[in-house]
Design a protein around this ligand. Structure first.
Ligand code: PMV
Length: 322
């Protein structure tokens, strides 16, 4: 095999991860729950470098990818210099989970290139997690649960598909308010929240009960209950951010307008809910049969530059090897 090129999709958390129990190992304080998307994708290409040093062809800082490659080298013992390229078909670093899809794609490409896919899944989870915590959820399709675990080395910090996408199909209309990289990265922001927000502990206590409600809602295919708990969890996370010192405010005027718009659509009878990550963009979920109505209704929200459409992945793409 001379080259591997493989993709992964971002995942959007419905019950969020906002705090670490171990910084260097990137272990989360509480479990999280997400859906893995399908059309938005990051593509990772891995081959042997032509010279003696690694070659990086990435958007921005290669440090996350370097940590994943180093973890892969430690597991496999293969220390050949590598050429690594990652491209996204959507904006990077703007709260659309591009680091999750990038690190998951890189992990899968390294697993195939260095070890012919013989590395166990819990080891791949570790490689990916060292690049970006939330990326472990992008290694699985459908509704994904990432268990925080308690093991100091993270042996029980694993992710898995809890429900297939078709169990409760969801479509996404993402309102892109700003596609520029965010002002403060999530690791630094989480640390600031831990050190200064009076709501940090409450968020983590409530996360456990909110998780139960979310899992129960999906089990019962209850879109309304899933939407309620997802919005409440997202808003609580943003309150933690905004009560940090100095406040972390990812919202822009277009963010508020898209939130108001989602509530208005719901009041008009269109089932939909929003969630927002470490950035200003608003992701609106709805049943697939309502995606076109939501898209049309969101066309002229002030401050929203464009819309991206997606749905939950039923399966991950197969590996492409040359
Ligand atoms: O994995 P990171 O460091 O990109 O952090 C992700 C944090 C949120 O997107 C805000 C929440 C989440 O669970 O995805």
């Amino acid at each position: 095999m001379t080259e591997v090129r493989i993709s992964a999709a971002p995942n959007i958390a419905l019950i969020k991860y906002w705090g670490k129990r171990h910084k260097a190992l990137n272990l989360p304080l509480t479990s999280s729950f997400s859906v893995t998307l399908s059309q938005m994708r990051s593509w990772a290409t891995v081959r042997e470098a032509s010279g003696k040093a690694d070659e990086w062809n990435l958007m921005g800082d290669p440090s996350k990818a370097q940590r994943v490659v180093e973890a892969a080298r430690q597991t496999t013992g293969d220390r050949r210099p590598l050429y690594v390229s990652i491209e996204n078909n959507f904006p990077s670093g703007a709260g659309l989970a591009s680091s999750a899809s990038s690190m998951a794609a890189l992990t899968r490409a390294l697993s195939r290139f260095l070890a012919d896919d013989t590395v166990p899944m819990n080891q791949l989870t570790t490689w990916s997690r060292l690049g970006s915590g939330s990326s472990v959820r992008s290694l699985f399709p459908g509704y994904v649960h990432w268990e925080a675990g308690t093991d100091p080395e993270g042996k029980d910090c694993i992710a898995e598909t809890r429900f297939e996408a078709m169990h409760l199909p969801l479509a996404l209309v993402a309102c892109v308010v700003d596609d520029q990289p965010k002002p403060i990265g999530s690791t630094a922001a989480m640390e600031r929240s831990r050190d200064t927000s009076p709501l940090y502990e409450e968020f983590h206590t409530k996360n456990t009960s909110m998780m139960k409600i979310a899992l129960d809602a999906v089990t019962r295919r209850d879109f309304i209950a899933l939407g309620e708990v997802s919005e409440a969890n997202c808003l609580l996370m943003h309150e933690v951010m905004q009560t940090s010192g100095p406040p972390i405010n990812y919202f822009k005027p277009g963010t508020h307008a898209a939130i108001d718009h989602t509530r208005k659509l719901r009041a008009e009878g269109i089932p939909c809910f929003f969630t927002i990550d470490a950035g200003p963009n608003v992701k609106i979920f709805c049943p697939p049969e309502y995606q076109e109505s939501v898209r049309r209704a969101c066309e002229n929200i002030p401050g929203v530059k464009r819309l991206l459409l997606d749905r939950i992945a039923t399966q991950l793409d197969p590996v492409e090897a040359a």
